[in-house]
Design a protein around this ligand. Structure first.
Ligand SMILES: [Zn+2]
Length: 472
């Protein structure tokens, strides 16, 4: 692999950042940091951002007595602040309100229109303002949208521009079957395959009466559907950020499974119609509950990631979220067990191990600088394998096994009973080993990895402050 381009969805600014957004973004950050270590910083491009257009945003701004522009600035800032607190190392923060993005989206839409992929027709259907889309029959349960059970659904009829998704679906199917792009995990791929093999209709790609958005270039009464506008961010970014053009196509689009359909079919169809290369991998992770309960505003269990950073620190939260369940599957984030796990794995686990070794080194009176400088960083095959299989949770589990067996070895070696050359040798091997663990940790717990390296790379090793303060 020569370059690696990873994206999160751009998050819709009707919502403040919550733990769901944080989870996807932390995983993307892990992949970005991992590949920076592998192939060099300059060969990785990590994109996240905010999706800022649409009727729903204009409405929310009005409720707040703000202009849409001021409103989106404010929410977008909240995302950027949250990502900073989580140690997210994105190379660029994309905003769809960017005027350069608008120009590019208008120009690609004009191309699609000129090529005959877009036509005008009457659209009639049941619209959900919450989803910003017309719902299919099977998406309406007991007369309600299951995602927005308190929203009244209404029939709407309007003249729309349509995209010829039906004609393009066989080409998308062919591309997926022949692995010109891939969808993971495999259950998701199978779902998408059977859906594409079914009956695909053309989709409406414009709205009337929506001012906050990008006008259709040949007919300014119409605004480009917010989803189409948003999907193009992945491509636009490679053009508007200097020197990123060669990063297209994306290597990994990460998202939760509720928006897989847009990414695994509609996005590909748009790109095929434009003769653009397809993203390599679309990975949809599962949904999760919080302590066994569905996350919802009415239950009041929407969690602000900043609150968790206050409790567990940046790396603490990254660890607790990443190890909650297997990446890709549905799972549960057991907040009630966070403190216990934090104490066991972080305060007692890696924290204790580091201070134990540092204390032994300090007491020995030897100098370990030449050992530190001589450490050859080798990549760990089992971690590489886990990352290639999109299992950051498995990679981190491997590192924790290394930590545990290190603890056991110290227990067996009983270095406190040794002295002279024997002690020096064993401590030198410990320093090498802890540095290699720190290197493995870098993508997952970057601050902790840096701290460990600073402790053992110091002129004189001394027992440090605890890496993770025990919690009650
Ligand atoms: Zn809805």
């Amino acid at each position: 692999m020569k370059k690696f381009y990873v994206t999160t969805p751009i998050y819709y600014v009707n919502d403040k950042p919550h733990i769901g957004h944080a989870y996807t973004t932390i995983v993307a950050d892990v992949f970005a940091r991992y590949y920076r270590q592998k192939i060099g910083k300059e060969n990785v491009f990590f994109l996240t951002g905010t999706d800022e257009h649409g009727a729903k945003i204009a409405e929310a701004a009005k409720k707040n007595n703000q202009t849409p522009g001021d409103f989106v600035d404010q929410i977008s800032d909240q995302y950027q602040i949250a990502w900073k607190a989580l140690g997210i190392s994105n190379d660029y923060f994309f905003r769809t309100s960017n005027p350069d993005h608008k120009k590019i989206v208008q120009s690609v839409l004009q191309t699609l229109y000129d090529k005959g992929y877009i036509y005008k027709s009457l659209y009639k259907g049941i619209y959900c303002v919450g989803c910003e889309k017309y719902l299919m029959e099977d998406e309406i349960i007991d007369g309600k949208c299951p995602h927005h059970p308190t929203t009244e659904l209404a029939e709407q009829e309007e003249e729309n521009y349509f995209f010829k998704l039906r004609d393009l679906a066989p080409k998308v199917l062919d591309a997926l079957e022949n692995e010109r792009y891939s969808v993971f995990p495999s259950e998701r791929r199978n779902e998408i395959l059977s859906k594409i093999r079914g009956d695909i209709n053309d989709i409406s790609i414009s709205r009337t009466g929506v001012d906050w958005g990008i006008p259709v270039p040949w007919d300014s009464k119409h605004t480009i559907y917010v989803w189409v506008d948003a999907l193009f961010n992945y491509y636009t970014a490679t053009l508007i950020v200097p020197n990123k053009k060669h990063f297209w196509p994306a290597d990994l689009h990460l998202m939760a499974k509720d928006i897989l359909w847009f990414h695994a079919l509609i996005w590909e169809a748009l790109l095929i119609a434009l003769d653009k290369e397809l993203p390599k991998v679309i990975f949809a992770h599962g949904f999760f509950s919080i302590d066994g309960q569905k996350m919802s505003k009415s239950l009041g269990n929407i969690i602000n990631p900043l609150d968790l950073v206050k409790s567990y620190g940046t790396d603490g939260l990254r660890y607790l979220l990443l190890t909650s369940f297997a990446f890709g599957n549905d799972g549960d984030i057991s907040l009630s067990k966070f403190t216990k796990k934090y104490n066991a794995d972080l305060a007692n686990g890696i924290g204790n191990l580091v201070s134990r070794i540092a204390r032994l080194c300090e007491q020995s009176g030897y100098n370990f600088l030449s050992v530190f400088e001589g450490v050859v960083v080798e990549s760990d095959e089992s971690i590489d394998k886990a990352m290639l299989e999109y299992r950051p949770d498995e990679a981190i589990r491997i590192i924790w096994n290394q930590i545990q067996s290190f603890d056991k070895d110290i227990h067996n070696d009983q270095p406190w009973t040794l002295n002279g050359e024997k002690l020096q040798q064993i401590l030198e091997s410990y320093v090498q080993r802890i540095i290699s663990i720190a290197n493995n940790l870098k993508p997952f717990l970057p601050n902790t990895a840096e701290k460990i390296i600073a402790i053992f790379g110091a002129e004189k090793i001394v027992k440090p402050e605890p890496l993770f303060e025990r919690k009650k």
